[in-house]
Design a protein around this ligand. Structure first.
Ligand code: THU
Length: 134
């Protein structure tokens, strides 16, 4: 496959996932689209809970699906949020990105089109990883 990332395809998947988000408490709906090394896209939406601490972010939701489908290699992630400025992955999601997809590009966009392009290394420098467990 070509090295080009089809961000518009990722955005389409994130849009549908975002529509499916379960966010009755925050009303902040998030959709994620995770591109794997084979070119498949895994969707994720945030899933909230009346016990707020159990809220699952869209990014980790997408990783849960992909890993459950046997996928271990990733190329990019797209995160779609509402609001003025793009929502960036939370600290917990950054740690999960560093574990499962170190270095991949991360594009964060709002529904209105505001964009932030970054990558996992920039989002979580000096990440704690398996190498430190020796
Ligand atoms: N949320 C995500 O889905 N991804 C993030 O990286 C930040 C926050 C969700 C969690 C919660 O359902 C809502 O946004 C408000 O925090």
């Amino acid at each position: 496959m070509s090295d080009e990332i089809d961000w518009s395809a990722l955005r389409s998947v994130a849009e549908l996932a975002r529509e499916r988000a379960y966010a009755p408490y925050s009303q902040y709906r998030v959709g994620a689209a995770l591109l794997d090394a084979e070119g498949h896209i895994h969707a994720g939406a945030n899933v909230e809970n009346a016990s707020y601490g159990l809220c699952l972010c869209a990014e980790r939701s997408a990783f849960g699906r992909a890993i459950s489908d046997g996928v271990r290699s990733f190329r990019a992630i797209f995160v779609l949020t509402q609001g003025e400025a793009p929502g960036t992955p939370c600290g917990m999601c950054r740690q999960v990105l560093a574990e499962l997809a170190p270095g991949i590009p991360v594009r964060c966009e709002t529904v209105g089109g505001a964009r932030l392009d970054t990558d996992v290394a920039a989002l979580l420098p000096f990440a704690f990883d398996a190498e430190k467990l020796t």
